[in-house]
Unconditional design. Sequence first.
Length: 668
Amino acid sequence: EFKQVRRSRSQPGNNDRAQQLSRELPDDVKVFSDLEYASVDGESLSLDLYLPEKAELPPLIVWIHGGGWTRGDKSLINPAATKLTEAGFAVASLNYRLGGVTLHPKQIHDIKGAIRWLRANAKKYAFDTTRVGVAGGSAGAHLALLLGLSGGDVELEGTVGGNLTESSRVQAIVDLFGPSELQELANEKAAFSRGKSAELLQSASPLQYLDKRDPPLLILHGDKDQVVPLSQSKILHQRYQQAGLDSELHVIKGAGHGGVQFKDPAQYQLIKDFFEQHISKPAAAKADSTSGEASSEQLTRPVQPTSASDTENSRLHGFHWIIGPKSGLAGTERAFNKLLEGIDHTLATNPYITGVYIIYHWRLLEQKEGRPNFDRLDQVIDVVRKHGRYYKLAVNPGIYSPDWLYVKGASSFPTLGSNPARTEIFQKNIRIPLPWDPIFQTSYYDMMAKVAERYRDDTSFRAITLTVATFMSPEWYLPKSAEDMRRWKRMAGYSDKLEQVWKTGIDRFAALFPAQFLVLEASSYPLGLKTVGDAVVHHGVSSNAGRFAVQINQLNGRFDQLEQPTYQKLLAYKKKYGPQIVIGLQNVKGWAYPKIREQQGSEDMTVYNFQQARGEYWELWYGDGKSKAVCELLYYLQQEAALLGLDGFKQKLIKDGDYLPVQTRGSQ
């Protein structure tokens, strides 16, 4: 069983077995054979997909064949697996590189690449990516366990097949007599230990990765197994129980390593019942039936397809890394090339980043009227696409409008920079175009039409920021000084004009970017005006339901933000519009910068506030997005919060002394 030789998949009997299998398939099953999910080292890796034709968006079970890691083929799928299509499950059977366990981690890289490919292509084949189970026998069970228990482990993720914005996590595991602790197996089986270092055995052992976030587990093992001792499953079951996880162990009397006992109706019923319990019910229904919180899979999937439809795979999600002019986009050629190298390195080494937010300035893009230069944007986007991430784009007017606009006669609002956080404008004389000025309107949307023509058909281009009526900064709030506010309000019809500019602007953006999410960002009440902001948001949602997002750039961990006005706005919008609106948040400061860490507050409380706001995506400052350590910590805190539920997570924070109470408006 464990002899380390590489064998051809074209071994005698495989074709006959495949033909026999086709005759054994249940009725109304559509089969897609030999779907290539990756090509590695000159070897094509493929899978077969079995879809029950009468099921709508069925859950998916991935079956991994055994064969001692040296032989076997996806066509030799267990009949119980294909029979599961009768119960309404989609089933995938996949190949992976053969050659023995010493190939580790290549084989688990293949498996995870296949899971990501399946999620990336779920829309095409119509199955549910939020409900994925995995099963296998012997070496296939070992790989199923390694897949299920190592979710989020960067070293075992690999890059096979790309699709790195997809999750390789699964929601349930069925283990048929698989090894779980390879060092113990080597101690018992001298033949298995040959040629394997202690480091290899440890890294390839599923139990090495067990933690309290792991999915439920069903184990079937024969008490006469002479290849993989029953003790391997007993220790796995025991460790699962010690971690407080869901595990069932069924010892099959008289059964050896596989055989007919594992194909009888009783064992099939165990497998069917287990998967029906844990992945038959849609994730959204599970959330609705409990506390109304999102499921852990919805919150943690580094998760996605290419159009802005209202599915989990195409929505904004996960962590966005902000890249703006200060990071090198507006710098010298040397600084820009360094930025490109940094983006390439970060996206290659930080799997927690799902999207990149590219912020550019109008005056940089179109220094000469009618002649925008897309060279730097193109280069950044090429790197983002290379690594399988999506991007969000903003081209900011406001204080970043080009000088030629005013030469053309656009009316402006001159003022003194009053935000000390923006050193480039603080206490300096600046100006912005009046939002309703016709020269500004025509010039800006002419430029945005060129942006749309260039990028809107790019399937990696997921969202556009609504830079409709910017004022003192990219977050689109009104100038803060009392004198500025008085000047704005003295303008005839100011409030009505501002509302109309926004509504018309949203419609223009929606027409220019029909496949992208439309994102309204704010640092205080949207647009700085309570009633105008509400009217604008309502217009955006009602005319672009499912692809209109409101983002608040004040997320912090200094205190429970429940009583913050902008935070309450988000909750009110989510309550009113539900899935028709997308909620995003951006850190007010960052953790990667020692001087401002305290202004951002603790990571634990920031995660609590993000979950409480029911955020769907999270934008991180430049250094935070570059820091794998920061992203990894936030990722696992989100996992914990999703697992415990919001109330449970809050109680844990209180118990650990990490909860910071609500800061009311009167105490600010």
